[in-house]
Design a protein around this ligand. Structure first.
Ligand code: PLP
Length: 356
């Protein structure tokens, strides 16, 4: 039985991906062995890794300077691996602070060089994306978090800058068309929009590398991973396989622009209800609303527990807000069916009629 899964991450995956993965767990492509039982340097697994890497390039239409890696350690490891590889001790990196995740990235970057926090929406509890900021021209890069999973804000445009642009896209990767080639490095934990926990996708321009003077441990050096075809050591084979299946699925859906249309429809349906239902109220400024994570509260907070219980009976799962922002957070990643949002909206309508 499936429920309506609005979890923020790890989160809903396409049924057919789960089905195929479960088969490969027992017998991988008729080999008589589980995908967990074969060497990662065998032809069948190298084919999985190469297909996953090339699907990322294809779906995001990345130009030839990009290399795609599947690493371990989560997006959280990228918070330190990015500055370790790209920010010299004497250098400056610009960061925009849009919430918990960008804060963690800032904290790690400070271990490696000077960090200029060029803008922050902290004063207003991260309810918007800062629009006005100046980037020091000597900055090694500008780092942004394109979608703020906890607060429900999302960058609607790509900042225009002459310095290399780096983004944590963990919670909106491949959910909408963007000119990904404007970026120099993009990273995302796979568990929200492109697979299972354990694999982290890093797309990096080769031309960014080799510029810092510090010595970098082998396992943390992007260059080593590139030279070894993302197989410097044993990769998280099952997580990479699930990501490959998820990307195949996305391609079958028509790719990023097709899923964007569906994501737009889902978000419009839900936000329309939030704006018209007298019991609910959105928590971020409308122009910066995330199409992946919708955050909202009730005007009467004492009703929130009751609404959660009501939703549970309707098989609606994972809508309780993050402990830092309270209320509700409804995550609508690529694999979430439109029907689940319809059920959510029906529940909001019904609950409010019952209370009227
Ligand atoms: C979930 C999330 C992270 C943390 O990812 P891990 O893979 O758990 O390290 C980082 N950034 C953003 C934007 C996220 O949504």
């Amino acid at each position: 039985m499936k429920v309506h899964n609005f979890n923020a991450g790890p989160s809903v995956l396409p049924n057919e991906v789960l089905y195929k993965a479960s088969k490969a767990l027992i017998d991988f492509e008729g080999s008589g062995m589980s995908i967990l039982e074969i060497g990662h340097r065998t032809a069948p697994f190298i084919a999985v890794m190469e297909e996953a890497r090339s699907l990322v390039k294809e779906l995001m239409q990345l130009d030839d300077d990009f290399e795609v890696l599947y690493l371990q350690g989560g997006a959280t490891m990228q918070f330190m691996q990015v500055p370790m590889n790209l920010l010299d001790n004497s250098g400056t990196a610009a960061y925009v602070d849009t919430g918990v995740w960008s804060n963690k990235a800032i904290k790690e970057a400070k271990l490696f060089g000077y960090v200029d926090v060029v803008a922050s929406s902290k004063e207003s509890n991260y309810n918007h994306i800062p629009k006005q900021f100046t980037i020091p021209p000597q900055a090694s890069y500008l780092h942004i978090t394109t979608n703020n999973t906890i607060y429900g804000t999302q960058w609607q445009m790509t900042p225009v800058t002459d310095v290399p642009l780096i983004a944590d896209m963990s919670s909106d990767i491949m959910s909408r068309s963007m000119d990904f080639n404007k970026y120099s490095l993009i990273y995302a934990g796979a568990q929200k929009n492109m697979g299972a926990a354990g694999a982290t996708m890093v797309a990096i321009r080769k031309s960014m590398l080799g510029k810092v003077t510090r010595k970098i441990p082998s396992i943390l050096d992007y260059k080593n991973h590139i030279e070894n075809g993302s197989m410097l050591n044993t990769p998280p084979v099952f997580a990479v396989y699930i990501s490959m299946l998820t990307l195949r699925w996305l391609k079958e859906q028509g790719g990023v622009s097709a899923i964007e249309q569906l994501n737009d429809k889902k978000a419009a349906l839900l936000y329309d209800e939030i704006d018209h239902n007298p019991l609910f109220r959105g928590t971020v400024v409308k122009e910066d609303r995330s199409k992946m994570n919708a955050c909202f509260v009730m005007d009467k907070p004492e009703m929130e527990e009751e609404f959660l219980k009501f939703c549970k009976k309707e098989d609606i799962v994972g809508i309780k807000g993050h402990r830092l922002s309270g209320g509700f957070r409804v995550s609508m990643y690529n694999a979430l069916p439109y029907e689940s949002v319809e059920v959510m909206v029906e529940a909001m309508k019904y609950f409010s009629l019952k209370k009227a």
